[in-house]
Ligand binder design. Structure first.
Ligand SMILES: [Zn+2]
Length: 69
């Protein structure tokens, strides 16, 4: 059986705390991980865990579009 996943960009994003599993962000659209980190001062509001060890290293890749001639 095959699973066809189309429209990847339409998937909602969800960022969870690694420790307690609280939902820190859930929604559609592109949210940069470090924006979430900044929003919570780098810590989970529930358990106080550091959200990402090094958010600066998170790379945002540009979507390569196939060029049609
Ligand atoms: Zn937490």
């Amino acid at each position: 059986m095959q699973t066809n996943v189309e429209e990847d960009d339409a998937l909602p994003q969800r960022i969870l705390c690694e420790r307690c599993g609280s939902i820190l962000y859930e929604g559609m659209g592109l949210n940069l991980p470090y924006e979430i980190v900044r929003r919570y001062n780098g810590k989970c509001p529930e358990c106080g865990r550091k959200l990402f060890s090094d958010p600066i290293n998170v790379e945002v890749k540009k979507i390569e579009q196939s060029v049609s001639v």
